[in-house]
Design a protein around this ligand. Structure first.
Ligand SMILES: *[C@@H]1O[C@H](CO)[C@@H](O)[C@H](O)[C@H]1NC(C)=O
Length: 229
């Protein structure tokens, strides 16, 4: 290749890097799947009333730190009933003063889902996990998310150092488009991925109804976490 061509390719690199990542062909993109995501946003709308934002990482270190990413279209930084049912169950089981809950503030758009989890959100979640690990050297870290939030958690897990990965006691997903994939190098014994039969987002077939009721699984995830902290 001529030197001048190499030079012009190098000159193009910043622009190539600025392009959005390609669509991830592995996630369901049928009209039914997109409808399921809209239903998810509606469920998240319930949380507009209260409690859709959690920012406890800024406070004192606690025994357990949960970094949680909400689903597409959900409000605040933790969204609606899926996350909130889990937080209520966890605070009740562990004690509110034993767990810090931190949402991931990212733009949870349908495009982000189609890209395999919002790229900026994946970076934000990685940074929050690293921040929890360095700020609170003895906290046990739990990560997880709902729908696109689970994609974001997978992406973040894949970027952690071995030392930080060792600090993660649980990684979980609800209605995860990446159902069946690992969370980075986190051992499978520490992961719990809940996917309902008939949830089109994690199974690729079915509809939206079974994607919108993961609040029912708050107890199962709480039991799993409580056994590991
Ligand atoms: C997310 O970040 C933006 C930009 O800093 C801010 O305006 C917004 O209030 C934040 N949202 C939440 C829920 O914290």
């Amino acid at each position: 290749m001529k030197f001048s061509i190499v030079l012009s390719l190098v000159a193009l690199l910043p622009f190539v890097a600025a392009l959005p990542p390609p669509i991830d062909a592995s996630v369901p993109a049928s009209p039914e799947a997109l409808d399921a995501l809209l239903q998810e946003a509606t469920a998240g709308g319930e949380s507009l009333l209260a409690g859709d934002t959690e920012n406890e990482l800024a406070g004192a270190c606690r025994a357990v730190t949960l970094i949680y990413a909400r689903g597409t279209g959900e409000a605040g930084n933790v969204g609606g009933q899926t996350g909130q049912a889990l937080f209520t169950a966890l605070r009740s089981r562990l004690g509110a003063s034993a767990i810090s809950i931190q949402g991931v503030n990212y733009s949870a758009t349908v495009l982000g889902y189609l890209q395999g989890g919002d790229p900026a959100g994946s970076t934000t979640m990685t940074n929050l996990i690293n921040q929890a690990a360095s700020k609170c050297p003895s906290t046990k870290i739990v990560i997880g998310g709902y729908s696109q939030g689970a994609q974001v958690a997978h992406n973040a897990a894949a970027r952690l150092s071995a030392a930080t990965t060792a600090r993660i006691v649980t990684a979980f997903g609800f209605g995860d488009p990446f159902y069946g994939r690992a969370y980075g190098s986190i051992p499978a014994s520490r992961t719990l991925n809940i996917c309902h039969t008939g949830d089109i987002i994690c199974t690729g077939s079915g509809g939206s109804a079974e994607h919108g009721n993961y609040n029912r699984d708050a107890g199962a995830v709480t039991n799993f976490i409580a056994a590991r902290v």
